[in-house]
Each structure stands twice: as structure tokens, then as C-alpha cells.
Design a protein. Structure first.
Length: 226
């Protein structure tokens, strides 16, 4: 139970801090770094949670990471569903608190609460979004499973994971707003209208596909030293 509560808290913090950098700052806002500021917000949040709750739950903070850990043989089947539920609950709570805070602004609550999405008319197609999310999640989960394996484990694992998420955001923000995490996408989408909810399936399916591939690669020990 402590692990599940830790996942709720950790995912809450990731979604709250990461999405707040978009809603209260982000592009053209209070953060002069724009996309860099957003990327760092998500990355630093992961680093903080990795060291704060990692010893309790592993700090998955992400159903895709949980799936990858399970398929690689690092997580028992009985923990998969509870972990994923805890992460989604944490993501929704993080988005809800952010929405309440943003609603106190003179302009009112934003129409889109840092939800992920794509726009083929003005940006990238659905296919581009799917491939980007699946490939980036594969890389992200592969890095996580690599630096936390018994043979490769290092005290800097949390830092490496957070920096990897940062560079993924720097690359994917213009394409999808960057998800690689169904829980991160579900929470904000619920407060962002029908378009965000209608596109939500991609930000659930693509990360899970990428994570499943990463888990199977880790299971085969392709990137593990002898």
C-alpha cells in the first residue's frame, strides 16, 4: 500500500509541476526559456521524485514504465494494475489542483490545461504524433530499465532518467506537447475539452506500445553487459 500511495504522490507532483510550467509560464509566458523551461520542469520533477519515493515504489510515475518493468520481469503481475490506477489518480489530482489554481486568475481557467494533442492542419499528422510518442517512450523506458538494472545501477540513475525526459520534451513539444506517459495525458485532458479527450487514445496507446517494446528488449538483455 505504501508503494501505491507513493505513486499517487509522485505522479501528482510530476503532472502538477510539469503542467504548471505550461499553464502559468511556458511559451511566451513567465519563463523566458519557453520550451526549455517546460522541459526542465518535467525533468526536474522526475529527478526529485526518483530520489524521494524511488526507494518506496521505484518511482514509476507512468503506466508505460510500469508495463515495461513488468514485461522485463522486474515487477510482479499483481502490482501492475494497482500501480497504473495509482498513477492515473495522481495525474488527475495534479491536474485538478492546477485547474483550481489557474481558475483564480483574472482571466479565468485556461481552455486547455496543458493537454497533449496534434494538429495536422497547422502542425504534425496523427501518424507523426503516434510514431514520435512510441519511439520516445521506447527510448525513455529503455534508459530507465538500463540505469536501474542490478548490473548497471548507479546513484545517478534518477538524474539520468530526469535528463532523458528533459531532452525528450525538447524534441517532442512542437509535435505533441510531449506525453510518453498516459497518466500525464489523462489528467489534463479531462480539463481541456472534447478535442483533447478525443485525441487521448493516442497518448495512451503509443506510449504503451513503445514501453512494451522496451520491456521485451530488456527481457532479452540486449543492452545488458555479461
Amino acid at each position: 500500500m505504501k508503494a501505491y500511495v507513493a505513486e499517487v504522490f509522485g505522479t501528482f507532483c510530476l503532472v502538477f509541476f510539469g503542467c504548471a510550467s505550461v499553464v502559468t509560464g511556458g511559451y511566451g509566458g513567465l519563463l523566458p526559456a519557453g520550451g526549455v523551461g517546460i522541459a526542465l520542469s518535467f525533468g526536474i520533477a522526475v529527478i526529485a521524485m526518483a530520489y524521494a519515493i524511488g526507494p518506496v515504489s521505484g518511482a514509476h510515475l507512468n503506466p508505460a514504465v510500469t508495463l515495461g518493468a513488468f514485461l522485463s520481469g522486474r515487477l510482479p503481475a499483481k502490482d501492475v494494475a494497482p500501480y497504473m490506477v495509482a498513477q492515473v489518480v495522481g495525474g488527475i489530482l495534479g491536474a485538478a489542483v492546477l485547474w483550481v489554481i489557474a481558475s483564480g486568475n483574472a482571466a479565468g481557467a485556461p481552455a486547455v490545461l496543458a493537454a497533449n494533442g496534434w494538429d495536422a492542419a497547422n502542425g504534425y499528422s496523427m501518424g507523426s504524433a503516434f510514431i514520435a510518442e512510441a519511439v520516445a517512450t521506447f527510448i525513455f523506458v529503455t534508459v530507465i530499465l538500463g540505469v536501474t538494472s542490478k548490473k548497471h545501477e548507479t546513484a545517478f540513475a534518477g538524474l539520468v532518467i530526469g535528463l532523458t525526459l528533459t531532452v525528450i520534451h525538447l524534441c517532442l513539444i512542437p509535435i505533441t506537447g510531449t506525453s510518453v506517459n498516459p497518466a500525464r495525458s489523462i489528467g489534463p485532458a479531462l480539463f481541456s475539452g472534447s478535442l483533447a479527450v478525443g485525441q487521448l487514445w493516442l497518448f495512451i496507446l503509443a506510449p504503451l506500445v513503445g514501453a512494451a517494446a522496451a520491456g521485451l528488449v530488456a527481457k532479452a538483455r540486449i543492452f545488458e553487459k555479461d
